[in-house]
Write a protein that binds this ligand. Structure first.
Ligand SMILES: NC(=O)c1ccc[n+]([C@@H]2O[C@H](COP(=O)([O-])OP(=O)(O)OC[C@H]3O[C@@H](n4cnc5c(N)ncnc54)[C@H](O)[C@@H]3O)[C@@H](O)[C@H]2O)c1
Length: 446
């Protein structure tokens, strides 16, 4: 790889190569969220001067005061980068004109009808296009459908009259961050890069080589875009498979977790996925629809993506029914019962509630007539159906006041023994209580 890199580097504007090699390249990150902020801090720690650009005044102020709002970025690390004048944030898009490198990390949501919403990417690309200049590298990191970089972003940039591969460089490199994962970070997760031309790939690889130990060059942005979507479809489909098994096991009166634990002892040919109340976050519930939308352009229907979506989206309702059934077994109607939800973040030890299945569980329980309250040490408030709910401080009294405690997120900081001891009835969707004796059928588990 290094020989190819060197050969292609020769054809890249020497100024940009020199600036990257001497770490004097001015780097801008558009979008300082879960993806952009960790990247900005990592590049700043390598001594690059970083300008973070975000539309949110609040985020910009927080960054500039060294106050992190992303669990994976320690405030001390952020403050360090700001104090050392390696990182500053702004809402001023005019600053893009001064930058040698621009990395776009803006959201790519789906609409209510599950179609890709590229408006953030288009707006960011238009802003870059307004200030594009000779010798600039632009990288798109937002997860998106195959073809976005070349069919959507490139034409906007080339309106300037500049030519990709000669005057400026454009690549797609997906972010693969797993929020809250203590073992894998930007540094030790191989970085996939697909440039529009070999020169684009070479210069983007040079940049990411400073923050990632391994670079995987692929032949085009489209391959890189599809790689990212395939990774998330793989997860979504496998989670759906284990969730479907959970529903079947419930009918058969056996524990899905026990089946999964036993199956996981096979040393080859099996990969473990755990059942849960549904999928959440910005990626798994969203990204598969980006691939499905592209597939439709070819009159192709991805059955796996559609079925997985259906199973996973049904899980919160399955959980709400399970709670109703458990209350019933304990002689209580759901209507009028008080249900305490533990954990509303979509997975443990993080504060992200985007697309969290907790919202659907709460909504469904409320529709059944329950009074629902919640506790989450990471999430102070959550919006359910335009109503703001506030996390209640967890105590034995609170646990005891509820007719049923529902564990939706298995945060590590919870004391599950105490939760079981103090609760009247527990529905555990995460096997958080698997080692606790189930006296008098107090716990309902998957
Ligand atoms: N969160 C993850 O774990 C994760 C992992 C891999 C990939 N991704 C992908 O990365 C992309 C970004 O996701 P995220 O989780 O960081 O989103 P986020 O919502 O946390 O952050 C995006 C930021 O972009 C800002 N923004 C939006 N439009 C802008 C514009 N035109 N100019 C400047 N700032 C703008 C927003 O204010 C926000 O702060 C998405 O495509 C997502 O699918 C996310």
């Amino acid at each position: 790889m290094s020989i190819a890199l060197a050969k292609n580097e020769l054809k890249v504007k020497p100024d940009l190569i020199a600036k990257l090699k001497t770490k004097s390249a001015q780097i801008g990150i558009i979008g300082l969220g879960y993806v952009g902020l960790p990247l900005a801090v990592a590049l700043a720690a390598e001594d690059f001067p970083i300008t973070g650009v975000d539309l949110s005044k609040q985020k910009v102020e927080q960054v500039n005061s060294g106050d992190s709002y992303i669990s994976d970025v320690a405030s001390a690390r952020l403050a360090d980068a700001v104090e050392n004048k390696r990182l500053s944030a702004t809402t001023d898009l005019g600053r893009l004109a001064d930058l040698d490198v621009v990395v776009i990390c803006v959201p790519t949501p789906i609409s209510r009808s599950k179609t890709p919403d590229l408006s953030y990417v288009v707006r960011a690309a238009e802003d870059v296009a307004r200030h594009i200049h000779n010798g600039q590298l632009i990288v798109l990191e937002s997860t998106t459908y195959p073809g976005t970089t070349e069919e959507v972003v490139l034409p906007l940039l080339e309106r300037s009259g500049l030519k990709v591969g000669q005057d400026f460089y454009l690549a797609f490199s997906p972010e693969r961050v797993d929020p809250g994962n203590k073992n894998f970070s930007l540094r030790n997760t191989p970085k996939v890069i697909g440039g529009v031309t070999p020169q684009c790939t070479a210069v983007a690889s040079l940049l990411y080589g400073f923050v990632a130990d391994e670079i995987i060059e692929v032949s085009s942005p489209q391959v890189a875009e599809t790689t990212k979507l395939f990774e998330n479809v793989f997860r979504n489909v496998n989670i759906a498979l284990v969730n479907e098994l959970t529903i079947l096991c419930r009918k058969m009166g056996i524990s899905a977790y026990e089946v999964v634990e036993a199956a996981s002892t096979k040393p080859f040919g099996f990969m473990r996925f755990n059942p849960g109340p549904g999928v959440g976050g910005h990626c798994i519930p969203v990204d598969p629809y980006y691939l499905a939308a592209k597939a439709k352009e070819f009159d192709f229907h991805s059955k796996f993506i559609e079925s997985a979506g259906e199973v996973n989206e049904n899980m919160p309702y399955f959980v709400a029914d399970l709670v109703a059934e458990a209350l019933n077994q304990h002689g209580k109607a759901t209507k009028g019962s008080k249900v305490l939800i533990l954990g509303v973040a979509y997975k443990k030890d993080i504060n992200d509630v985007r697309e969290t299945p907790a919202v659907r569980v709460i909504k469904s329980l409320k529709e059944k007539g329950a009074t629902v309250i919640y506790n989450d040490p990471y999430v102070e408030t959550i919006n359910v159906n335009e109503t703001l709910m506030v996390s209640k401080p967890l105590s034995g009294k609170l646990l005891n006041s509820a007719d049923c405690t529902v564990i939706l997120t298995n945060h590590s900081s919870y004391d599950y023994r105490e939760i079981v001891r103090e609760s009247r009835l527990v529905v555990d969707t995460r096997a958080a209580t698997k080692d606790i004796k189930n006296n008098r059928a107090k716990i309902v588990r998957f």
